[in-house]
Design a protein around this ligand. Sequence first.
Ligand SMILES: [Zn+2]
Length: 743
Amino acid sequence: MNYSRYSIITLLFLLFGLAANARKDNVTMTLVENGRPQGRIIVTTHEAADRQAAALLQDFIQRISGARMEIRHETTSRKGDIVIGNGAPNNTVPTVDLSEDGFRLTNGDGRLHIVSGGDKGAIYGAITLLERFLGIRYWGDHEYSLTPAKTVALPAINIAENPAFRYRQSQHYAMATDSLYTLWMRLESPGDVFAGGYWVHTFDRLLPSAVYGEAHPEYYSYFNGQRHPGKASQWCLSNPDVLEIVTAKLDSIFKAHPQQHILSVSQNDGNYTNCQCEHCKALDEHEGAPSGSLIHFLNKLADRFPDKEISTLAYLYTMRPPKHVKPRPNVNIMLCSIDCDREVSLTENASGREFVRAIEGWSRVSDNIFVWDYGINFDNYLTPFPNFHILADNIRLFKQNNVTMHFSQIASVRGGDFAEMRTWIVSKLMWNPQYDTDSLMTVFLNGYYGDGAPYIYRYIKMLEGALMGSGQRLWIYDSPVSHKQGMLKPALMRRYADLFDHAEAAVAGDSIHLARIRRTRLPLLYSELDIARTETTMDTTAISRKLALFEQRATLFDVPMLNERYNTPIEYATLYRTRYMPRTERNIAAGATVRFLTPPTGRYATPGNTALTDGLYGGATFGESWIGWEGIDGAFILDLGEPQSFSEIRTDFLHQLGAWILLPKCIRYSISDDGDTFHEIGAVDQPEDRESKVKFVELSSRNPQPLTARYIKVEITGTKTCPHWHYGVGHPCWFFIDEIVVQ
Ligand SMILES: [Zn+2]
């Protein structure tokens, strides 16, 4: 039975039926009576999934009732038994309409049958029985709820379900620590499915530039006048030798992993680094998109492996489909929505509509599409990310456009914004996009937060309305500061705090619910701190107190990191104290006028003449307080107003590789009395830094004897072009400065 044949009301009944035990007048079979098992669990096959389903049922029925149902491996059964698997010779329960991971539950003949459409179908059938008919809810890391009962009975059951997507992937911290969690959420991992772990950005693993680059630069992409072998540049897809080498490599991988039928042959993580040699360029121009040469190449590869699937990325420069060539049925198109904004559904804003055009284009030529979607702030896991209202719309859009595999990337680290509820809702919607998000949310909130639930629901709704009312976009690399005049403005922050105060008060006597509410509140505390550092006035006593609270709670709740670069909460608090709290040191350059000799780039071109001397230090997000130069050197003159005595000059730089912001190569300081004739007093060379962590780096010049001057010239030699190891290889990179200190 296809999910779409249920009406939403039926689905809600099925999902929330929640009969921990069927009402007496509705009992069809009794599994446990007064603590005594009434039947057995019969496993009719030797399938691992069927055995695991049996063990799960035995375990959880015992957790409810204390009674342990016996598991037997045989094909005969009697009334009162749970019969798992498709192996009974007289099995009359239909399975033809079930797809991989699908199942049917029925107990019309007095036995409860669980039959499977393959793979984990029996396990998901068992979990559905436990969740929907025996009232067990699995929320998070070893977190579940059930109502103990001496008698466990079932009503008449006859349901069949198939997943909306054959492959469902998401993220949650419990997936690493609680093996049951992944099963309950019905999620899979790339390692289960993709041969040899080849699942994205595989070009450099399959044809390593370190091995072939020097002898055969012609295997790699040509642009800006040269070949670029490297981890972030791409292949020359029209080179016939590349096809032969990669074919041989794939052959060996598939032979080594006979159980897995799909692997990814996909571009390295770099943008605009595709080959523009004469042949590749001609093909791409004919096809109207850089995906042209890629699909031509993959079709040739796919023809050599007709019983396997080759997956590839449609990502960044390959997002749009080619005009003419159609991917072979065994070419899987992995389409990524990374550039889209999230305040409204994908059909409702410009960035989303561009993605919709791409998915509609691909769905016209392929029914084998994988969507990689994004649903959290990756730069600030602990910042409110109100996107629950768009989840169902977007997942339904994917389903309508021939998407068969789906990865909803939501990070979901411990302490991250609604980490537990986000995965719970996303997993349910990936199984069945017709579920109603608001109803799912209500079930989760009530189960997870107890009496605090109504306040948290109001918080979510207020935040969602404030976001849309603000007219601001919701981007996966925002910072709380991006929304300080919108959904996180002071008047709203006060009301959010009030709702959380009420929620905490409502569960004051209940340590489990209270801890969950406080953990869920952390993103507001973090946002408050992060916004405060960008204000010119700061209540230092209040902020110090909140910082200490943040540190204490983040430690208590074991929050491992704040962003995808692994910066920890403790690092943040330490940095905050040294960098953002008002400084006691005197800066001679405070408020000094800056004259740019080489103006900053683009929107940074007219930063105001005190932006580098206003005492405000930027954060990891380059949007505020920073000034940047792209692909060029920079220079400016600082006018101290009158001759001043000093011995040290420090300039603060941002290192953020993900945003193509690299440290400069060198900085030179010179001084002058008249602003015309300068003489150099110091120069610093900065070694290359490949570390992915965001850093703030001071490049300073110190003189043993104090110097006196009115003007200081700062000349910066930028790295200018992203090096071969960087995602942006061959393209301009930035350097950013926020502040200059003279002492
Ligand atoms: Zn080429």
